[in-house]
Design a protein around this ligand. Structure first.
Ligand SMILES: [Zn+2]
Length: 261
């Protein structure tokens, strides 16, 4: 399966993904704009879409659904808790469900509450090895999602801790938005001596000038440059005010600060 990452030019800096199986069947993750998706498919010499996958119910991740269903008559897949929140869903998913691609690759559903309570991430497996993960608004490159609209930061902490820390270090992260630059600035604000974050900031600044190109991180990178993965770092803890008695409390303090960032 080939992953095509598209920047939507939206104000919220959304990414939409097209997943291409070897037989030229396509799936779409989080369609922001149906017209854009149709033209990308055309450029990939594809005339139809096998299905739509929504990571969660927020408007900017589902707004292309209707147009694509109208165009292709394809089914929509989303979290079982999205009943009544996302219209027209045909397949409600739960943890560990599998979506089979036509070339033997699989998307395995990871239930990831926190940003909302109907949020899923999807692990891409090829030959039983996880290659990448589609993380919606749960995990960004160098950051995590907010919990303003139907979420809970304590639950987001559990999700990051229990579902992302254990992943293999070489798993690629495909997030729902391009927030890398801002997230790196936050990391360096909290941890000014983080040299890896400085290196990534330089790279990200260069890429920003080229427009259309975006950097990808792996889980190993997240452990180095994502403040929300570095909850026991002394420098991060000593720069925080309030309860820092546990990793969860450090996460909550950081999330509060990032909300105002
Ligand atoms: Zn969202």
């Amino acid at each position: 399966m080939i992953v095509h990452q598209y920047y939507t030019e939206s104000q919220l800096r959304n990414f939409t993904y097209l997943l291409e199986a070897k037989d030229k069947t396509f799936w779409c993750v989080d369609p922001f704009d149906a017209g854009q998706v149709v033209s990308w498919l055309k450029n990939l010499n594809c005339k139809s879409l096998t299905g739509i996958i929504n990571t969660h119910e927020h408007w900017d991740h589902i707004r292309g659904n209707e147009g694509l269903v109208h165009e292709f008559g394809c089914p929509i897949y989303a979290h079982q808790n999205a009943k009544g929140k996302i219209g027209g869903v045909n397949h409600f998913l739960k943890d560990n469900d599998v979506i089979e691609m036509n070339d033997g690759d699989k998307l395995v559903v990871i239930d990831t509450p926190g940003h909302t309570m109907a949020h899923l991430c999807f692990g891409h497996f090829s030959n039983d090895k996880m290659i990448s993960v589609f993380t919606g608004d749960t995990l960004f490159n160098a950051g995590v999602g907010n919990c303003h609209n139907g979420g809970d930061p304590e639950i987001l902490f559990e999700t990051i801790h229990n579902r992302f820390h254990p992943l293999n270090e070489d798993v690629i992260v495909y997030p729902g938005h391009d927030y890398l630059l801002n997230n790196l600035h936050f990391t360096l604000d909290r941890e000014p001596t983080n040299l890896k974050a400085k290196e990534w900031l330089e790279k990200a600044n260069k890429v920003q000038e080229e427009k259309e190109k975006f950097l990808l991180t792996k889980i190993a990178d997240e452990k180095e440059i994502n403040t929300f993965f570095r909850l026991s770092e002394e420098e991060i803890i000593k720069n925080l005010k309030g309860d820092v008695s546990s990793e969860k409390q450090v996460f909550l303090r950081l999330r509060e600060l990032r909300n105002k960032w």
